[in-house]
Design a protein around this ligand. Structure first.
Ligand code: FAD
Length: 311
């Protein structure tokens, strides 16, 4: 980026403009996947819509590609690029819940942890990821699968409206009535159609759930997967669950002599009446002999953050 554009950009945003000679550059160019080692021309840590507009316009003026970073969890590292201007939305995490309409407006840099914390206070939630540090933006724009999918659909099914800064620096709203083509494209089109500065979602009544992980021997994986596959297609919609391989972490509910062993795990989330949880979870629990389990009532955000330290 030439000096003139960089100086103008610094003068027009409230957030940080970080160039390669800045001491903060190496930290600013990092994304979640540590194998990604891109060197953008500049990283703009935006503080609001005005900064996003200024950043996109500066990229146009400088002839730079724009990379958009929400939560930074893109595995191939699409939140950054060599020689690009990165619009980093990590400081735009404001969330406003409207309990009367059961909707929420969340800024484009929020994570599911931010989101669930805010909506949980009202006993509400929507489909989000299974890890709380993932960004709502990339996950929603790519579809969004999580514990609540079977009952509430994908994250993008719950999207009502999005505020977007498009490639020419214009600010538009896309929903079922305005800019319908853009709204259609956003729902599955990833970060290719503009910078989404905020998302509006509908919410479902979800507060405390019954759930958690059930660990089985890896030798029982086939049995566990077959049971899961057969049951999940007919289980009540209030049940969300997934299968995974997991190296047993050093947690108190796992026998100490099994720490570090490769096991398989079913993680379940029951959002229906607590009195029906045992029956709903029984087929999963009985898939094979349990090595360990930690299933019980807990706030929904607690399950959402339970595995953050493992990934
Ligand atoms: C640990 C981990 C757990 C995961 N769990 C789940 C899960 O449970 N369910 C699931 O469905 N997926 C899951 N994913 C996949 C995840 O949804 C995608 O990687 C998603 O793209 C990450 O979004 P992000 O905002 O965190 O990432 P980023 O790297 O910031 O962005 C991902 C993509 O979205 C674009 N983008 C980001 N913010 C915006 C914005 N505001 N406006 C426009 N475009 C934007 C970026 O340019 C990039 O192309 C997981 C990924 C990881 C690493």
């Amino acid at each position: 980026m030439n000096e003139k554009v960089a100086t103008e950009l610094k003068g027009s945003v409230r957030g940080d403009v970080i160039l390669p000679d800045d001491g903060r550059y190496d930290e600013a160019r990092k994304v979640y996947n540590a194998m990604i080692d891109k060197r953008p021309a500049v990283v703009v840590r935006c503080t609001g819509v005005a900064d996003v507009i200024a950043a996109v316009k500066a990229a146009r003026a400088a002839g730079l590609a724009v990379a958009i970073r929400g939560g930074g969890h893109s595995v191939p590292g699409f939140g950054t690029a060599d020689d690009a201007l990165v619009t980093d939305l990590g400081r735009m995490r404001g969330i406003r819940v409207d309990p009367a309409t059961k909707t929420v407006r969340a800024e484009g840099g929020a994570t599911w942890g931010d989101f669930n914390h805010a909506t949980h206070a009202f006993g509400l939630a929507t489909t989000g990821g299974i890890i709380s540090t993932t960004g709502i933006a990339g996950l929603t724009l790519g579809g969004g699968i999580g514990y609540l999918t079977r009952g509430a659909g994908l994250s993008l099914d719950n999207l009502i409206s999005a505020d977007v800064v498009t490639a020419d620096g214009s600010f538009v709203t896309a929903n079922a009535k305005e800019n319908q083509d853009l709204f259609w494209a956003l729902r599955g089109g990833g970060g290719n159609f503009g910078v989404v500065t905020s998302f509006q979602y509908k919410l479902q009544p979800v507060k405390n759930i019954v759930g958690g992980p059930m660990f089985f021997e890896k030798e029982d994986a086939e049995k566990v997967m077959r049971t899961f596959d057969e049951y999940i297609s007919r289980a009540p919609r209030e049940l969300g669950a997934f299968f995974a391989w997991q190296i047993a972490p050093p947690l108190p509910f796992i026998p100490e002599d099994r720490h570090g062993d490769t096991l398989c795990v079913l993680v379940a989330c029951w959002t229906g009446p607590p009195s029906e949880a045992e029956e709903a979870l029984a087929p999963l629990r009985g898939a094979a002999d349990l090595v360990a389990a930690h299933v019980g009532p807990m706030p929904y955000p607690a399950l959402n953050g339970a595995f953050d330290g493992l990934v």
